[in-house]
Design a protein around this ligand. Structure first.
Ligand SMILES: Nc1ncnc2c1ncn2[C@@H]1O[C@H](COP(=O)(O)OP(=O)(O)OP(=O)(O)O)[C@@H](O)[C@H]1O
Ligand SMILES: [Mg+2]
Length: 416
């Protein structure tokens, strides 16, 4: 909330503050008994006005909270044009003025939980923080709790435990403020198919109280960046899946959010459109101070875009680090072998021979064995020595898929 006052507001404020006292003195002097007749009601009126002004602080008549405006914003707002992405503007945007105190996390999640009616524990007391400008990935198998987490952070799903803040605003206690600083591209499309793309964007801009002229300029620029210019005046029902997805992203960006949530932004897109969209998201990351939280099943995508990743499994965060650190946990080389019999039994046998640590895992009939200190030749010789029947054996470098499968592949209690 600004504490600055305009000179006029300041003068009005002072006059109103002193007027009851002046009125009391004048009435007491001029009329016997005037103190009672005029003074006391004026005194009451004066202090009522004083109380109202003190609440608004700057003497303005704006209500304390409006749906899509924030007055008690704890951080300086990004400068106008901060999300500018046109090709002509290839420089990084101007960053907001330095923070008076240490920068806030854009997202703070503490013990956040959701148990749906019927007892499904979709999210179980998760904790994480996302720094301003960071791109954070939430990975996990179907039903892991990713969309539920995004739902709680975007105030569409009510948490049953814990708390979460967006740019300092509590999503449960200050939902309007939290919503006003964020935008979301949901897993399911939300644009209105009967309206044109332009009308959809325009409606969203109005809901977020973007000034009309500014909205027009932003829509034109976003349409250009996302390759939508030629489509904007067609009904969305006539768009292809990829075109509609790009419109969804444009819609989310019209309000220049500080925090952008993307729930599986590239699912169902052909490889070319997917690559184009990834480029758009990467450009956003590089050119703005927007914080992005995205969910995906594509690990290459997560590795390319995200500064840090959290892997969520059955409602719990089972790993959280940079892609490089997550990979480093598996060492430099992996032996992969296919077995003809029971893969779990084969893995247990290799463990009992000390050939693999706790981080080896089986998916189907394939065993993945991180080597750590041991050389591949030594490991293969040791496997041969156990007499295990294998149909193929090879070595390779670990990938993020290995990290993901190790943590979510069904034997989490062993892997963790
Ligand atoms: N409204 C609901 N009522 C009851 N259970 C629900 C509801 N919505 C989600 N769930 C359950 O909560 C769990 C987490 O669902 P969620 O949609 O968050 O998973 P997800 O990680 O986004 O999965 P996906 O990758 O398939 O999108 C699932 O078991 C799901 O069936
Ligand atoms: Mg989901």
């Amino acid at each position: 909330m600004s504490t600055k006052q305009t000179p006029t507001a300041s003068l009005t404020f002072r006059l109103l503050f002193w007027s009851p006292a002046i009125a009391i003195i004048l009435s007491a002097v001029a009329v016997p008994g005037g103190l009672l007749i005029f003074g006391l009601p004026l005194l009451a009126l004066g202090y009522f006005l004083f109380a109202v002004l003190a609440q608004n602080g700057d003497g303005s008549r704006e209500p304390a909270v409006q749906p899509a405006r924030v007055h008690d914003d704890p951080r300086p707002r990004a400068r106008k044009g901060a999300l500018t992405m046109s090709k002509a503007n290839t420089t990084r945007p101007v960053r907001p003025d330095p923070e008076p105190t240490s920068p806030l996390n854009a997202i703070e999640v503490h013990g956040l939980s959701k148990t749906y009616h019927g007892g499904v524990e979709a999210v179980k007391a998760i904790d994480f923080e996302v720094a301003a400008s960071e791109v954070f990935g939430l990975l996990g198998p179907n039903g892991a709790g990713k969309s539920t987490t995004i739902g709680m952070l975007t105030t569409t799903i009510k948490p049953t435990g814990g708390s979460a803040r967006l740019a300092g605003f509590d999503v449960a206690k200050q939902p309007l403020a939290a919503r006003s600083v964020s935008s979301v591209v949901f897993q399911e499309p939300v644009v209105d198919r009967s309206l044109t793309g332009r009308r959809n964007l325009d409606l969203h801009a109005r809901l977020w109280r973007v000034e009309p002229r500014e909205a027009k300029a932003r829509i034109a620029e976003l349409a250009h960046t996302l390759g939508l210019t030629e489509l904007l005046d067609r009904p969305v029902g006539s768009y292809s899946g990829g075109e509609r997805r790009r419109l969804e992203i444009a819609r989310a960006l019209v309000s220049q959010p500080r925090v952008l949530f993307l729930d599986e932004p590239t699912v169902g897109l052909d490889p070319r459109i997917r690559a184009e969209l990834l480029d758009v998201i990467a450009r956003l990351r590089d050119r703005t101070e927007m914080t992005i939280l995205l969910t995906t099943h594509y690990l290459d995508e997560a590795e390319k875009l995200c500064d840090r990743l959290a892997i969520i499994h059955q409602g719990e965060i089972v790993a959280l680090d940079t892609p490089a650190a997550l990979l480093a946990g598996l060492g430099r080389e992996i032996v992969e072998l296919r077995v003809s019999g029971d893969a779990e039994a084969a893995l247990a046998s290799l463990r009992s021979h000390g050939i693999v640590d706790g981080d080896g895992f089986a998916v189907g009939s394939t065993l993945t064995l991180p080597l750590h200190e041991r050389s591949a030749a030594e490991a293969i010789a040791a496997i041969d020595g156990t007499g295990l029947a294998t149909s193929s054996i090879s070595t390779r470098q670990p990938t993020l898929d290995d990290v993901y499968l190790r943590l979510t592949g069904g034997r989490i209690h062993e892997a963790a």
